[in-house]
Each structure stands twice: as structure tokens, then as C-alpha cells.
Design a protein around this ligand. Structure first.
Ligand code: TMP
Length: 255
């Protein structure tokens, strides 16, 4: 990997300065955390799989008109992306109850929701990413009303597209988390999809057995985390172009 200026290091990714103004390089680490990083592990090859899965999904979403930050994948662990001003919200869309909605509202895990539900969480580790409403978002200027409308519309499109895409390969999309950012064009700004979409940020269940194929395997100590992420990649048909990295269990570096 060439030496570049590191701009930000998060729990699972690093952002480096990009080659052109307005671009960044997003590097996918093997580091895996849960519960505000109180639980940590390095899962060899995870970054390589998530880089490829996220590239695949973002490319498909761009193809249906959901604008996002991906310019291109550069190598096993890096993507060239557009620099955005991140909106400090985790936007969660749920089709089936699981995780925090089950504990918060007492809905048994696995219950189909009457309709897709979108929730906003304020991105603030110290506060454990609290659930917030549109009132908080506009009052504290995290996003404008029009931006919230755009986010809701894009999130539903992402949900419809991903539900179909996964269902075609025998996977139920239970829920997912996405993030958005602003890009500026003259005096105007526009909201586009940013961050990543991978088994780290989705709940994916085998449609036949309900077996979990996502990060809950790590959160809940179910084992076979990498094997499950690899299975998702395999079903999406992107395993064959993946280097022997994952298949052989060898960590790929950036080049
Ligand atoms: P939750 O049920 O814990 O609120 O999670 C909802 C979805 O968001 C689930 O697919 C996992 C994902 N998620 C993240 O990507 N990052 C996080 O920090 C959390 C808490 C959840």
C-alpha cells in the first residue's frame, strides 16, 4: 500500500486522503466490534469480503439510480469514494423484528413487521447511538426536513432492491443500517448513500433454515462468522472472483 495521509480511523474502516480533491480512499479492516467496541476481534479476511460485497451492492444500487459514494473498488481492501459530509445518523430499516426493536418493544425476534419500519439513531458512541425522532434531527440541525424526506425515500428503495436481490439467492433481509452524506454542487447540496452495506451492517437469514449469516454470529458468539460472510458472497455470485484469500483463509493486503 502506498503511504497516504490517514484522515479518520473508525472501528471497521479507515479513511485516507484520495488522489483527487473531493475523493477519499476507504480501507476495510478485519477488526470487528460489537456493543460499542466492548467486544472486539480480528476476523481474518473480513475486510476483503465486506469490500467486495459492499462494492457489488453499491454498484447495483447506482444502477437503479440510488446515488452513492462509490467510485470504484481499487484492490482487495480499498475503494475510491467521493468525499461527503456525513450526516450523523444511522438509518435502520426493518422488515422482521430482531435485535434492539425486539428488546425495546418486546416483539419476539422473527416476527414479521406489519410494514417496513425506518428508525434513526444519532451517531454518538459516548451516548450509545440513541434512537431519535425527526423532531430531534431538525431541531438540532443534523439534517433538514427535505433531506430527511430524501433519506426516507432512498432507504425504502434500498430496502426494496436488497430484499429482492437477497431473496433471489435464498436470503431473507431482516434489517439493515445505512448512512448518508452531503455532497456540495455550487450553492446546492445533495444527499447520497455513503459508508458500506455488508453482513456487518445487515441482518441476513437463510430463507429456509433462518440460520444467521451476518454479524449477529459474532455478537452472539455463534461461531463461523467468516464462513457465513463467505456464504453470502458465494450466493451473490462474487466468490469466484475473490482471490484464494478467503477460500484459503489467508489475509489479503491492500495490493
Ligand atoms: P439493532 O437491532 O441493534 O438496532 O441493529 C439494527 C441493524 O443495524 C442491524 O442490521 C445491525 C445494524 N447495526 C449496525 O450496522 N451498526 C450498529 O452499531 C448497530 C447497533 C446496528
Amino acid at each position: 500500500m502506498t503511504r497516504r495521509k490517514k484522515l479518520y480511523e473508525g472501528k471497521a474502516k479507515i479513511l485516507y486522503e484520495g488522489p483527487e480533491p473531493g475523493t477519499l480512499i476507504q480501507y476495510f479492516k478485519d477488526d470487528t466490534t460489537a456493543f460499542d467496541a466492548t467486544k472486539k476481534a480480528v476476523l481474518e479476511g473480513k475486510g476483503v469480503i465486506n469490500n467486495r460485497i459492499s462494492e457489488f451492492i453499491m454498484t447495483r444500487l447506482a444502477g437503479i439510480g440510488v446515488q452513492n459514494h462509490l467510485i470504484k473498488r481499487m484492490n482487495l481492501r480499498e475503494q475510491l469514494i467521493r468525499e461527503v459530509e456525513i450526516i450523523p445518523l444511522e438509518v435502520v430499516c426493518r422488515n422482521i423484528a430482531a435485535g434492539s426493536i425486539s428488546t425495546r418493544l418486546g416483539i419476539p425476534e422473527g416476527t414479521a413487521l406489519p410494514r417496513s419500519i425506518i428508525e434513526f439513531f444519532y451517531k454518538k458512541d459516548e451516548l450509545h447511538d440513541p434512537l431519535v425522532t425527526e423532531e430531534h434531527i431538525t431541531a438540532f440541525n443534523w439534517a433538514a426536513t427535505q433531506e430527511i424526506d430524501d433519506i426516507l425515500a432512498m432507504t425504502l428503495r434500498v430496502n426494496d432492491f436488497l430484499t429482492g436481490m437477497f431473496s433471489a439467492v435464498g436470503i431473507t433481509l431482516v434489517d439493515f443500517k445505512i448512512e448518508f452524506g452531503r455532497i456540495y454542487e455550487g450553492d446546492f447540496s445533495r444527499v447520497i448513500l455513503a459508508d458500506e452495506i455488508s453482513p456487518d451492517s445487515c441482518r441476513l437469514w437463510d430463507s429456509t433454515t433462518n440460520e444467521k449469516l451476518d454479524k449477529d454470529r459474532f455478537r452472539r458468539d455463534l461461531g463461523n462468522v467468516i464462513e457465513s460472510y463467505t456464504e453470502v458472497a458465494r450466493r451473490l455470485g462474487i466468490m469466484k472472483e475473490m482471490p484464494t484469500v478467503i477460500q484459503g483463509g489467508i489475509t489479503g493486503d491492500a495490493s
